[in-house]
Design a protein around this ligand. Structure first.
Ligand code: NAD
Length: 292
């Protein structure tokens, strides 16, 4: 029989992941501090709970998708948190993006209560999550991964077991660092094309077919060109993840000149458009600078 899951954090990403579980026949008990996504998921077949503890107590396995390690810690260890609901032997699957130190610390708190952690940050963006095609980067025990693999595969097209807890955070932070560098690079490229008098749709397709193409250009430049910028991922989340990358660079003694510069650019972006603005607005910063 399929395992049942509590799902806490039904935002841009988590709401889509929980919907994929439901679509694939999993029983899901949901909680969010905001009632409106709970209603949306209940309409898709989820059961509502009044706290993380209540959601987890019903099913014994809990998934989280939350905006920061601070919030994950509160949901895990706070009053009516997951560790009040999960019995020893239960699993916490953390799908939020954390730094390595953060997930190691949080998983130790869970283990002290007999709860094992599978870190499972995902990559590919909201649009892929909505169709169950996002990629999972997994850190944890191999047998635990096998136990929860059916659920992971219901949400994700591909999954990579990277090693013990902490290893998925390392690769996740790396891939996001690359994505933010690529986004700024794609923005600079598009501005050059625009100021060079090119047809931007034609320039977009020419780059897709060129050596300078990237996943980010291919999937995000269109959002910039159509003026929606709607990536479902905010400036605040980008700054969180760039912060993890810079911390990793320090910890591992790797100079990160590009990430340092890109972090400063995103800080400017937050100042100009706010932390809740879509991360793709970073390209707007260039447009404003050029006056184009
Ligand atoms: P979001 O802000 O859209 O969603 C977060 C959800 O958590 C919201 O529904 C919010 O109400 C809820 N929440 C906040 N505090 C809470 C609390 N104390 N108790 C219960 N619920 C609470 O964020 P998101 O874009 O869904 O991102 C979530 C995580 O996934 C982040 O770590 C992010 O870095 C990561 N991520 C996001 C994307 C993406 O494309 N959006 C992609 C990969 C990874």
């Amino acid at each position: 029989a399929r395992l049942a899951y509590a799902f806490i954090g039904l935002g841009h990403l988590g709401g889509n992941l929980a919907a994929s579980l439901l679509r694939n026949g999993f029983a899901v008990t949901v909680f969010d501090r905001d009632p409106s996504p709970i209603e949306r998921l209940v309409a898709l077949g989820a059961t509502a709970a009044r706290s993380p503890a209540e959601a987890a107590a019903r099913v014994g396995n809990a998934i989280t998708c939350l905006p920061s390690p601070k919030v994950s810690e509160a949901v895990l260890t706070g009053p009516d948190g997951l560790l009040d609901g999960l019995a020893a032997g239960g699993t916490w699957i953390e799908m939020s993006t954390n730094g390595r130190d953060e997930i190691l610390r949080l998983s130790a708190l869970a283990l002290a209560k007999g709860v094992e952690t599978l870190e499972c940050p995902v990559t590919g963006g909201v649009h892929l999550a909505a169709v169950g095609k996002i990629t999972a980067l997994v850190g944890g025990d191999a047998a635990l991964y096998e136990r929860h693999r059916p659920a992971i595969e219901a949400m994700c097209a591909k999954s990579f077991l990277m090693g013990p807890v902490g290893s998925a955070a390392v690769i996740k932070v790396i891939t996001n660092m690359l994505a933010f560098i690529h986004l700024v690079a794609a923005g600079e490229a598009l501005m050059l094309a625009k100021q060079g008098g090119l047809d931007l749709a034609q320039a977009y397709h020419a780059i897709v077919a060129s050596s300078g193409n990237s996943f980010v250009h291919e999937t995000e430049s269109q959002l910039v060109l159509n003026g929606s910028y709607d990536i479902g991922f905010t400036m605040d989340l980008a700054l969180k993840d760039l912060g993890f990358a810079l911390a990793m660079g320090k910890d591992f003694g790797v100079p990160l000149d590009l990430a340092t510069r890109v972090n400063a650019i995103f800080e400017q972006g937050k100042e100009a458009y706010g932390g809740d603005a879509w991360s793709t607005r970073i390209v707007k910063l260039l447009e404003d600078a050029v006056g184009a």
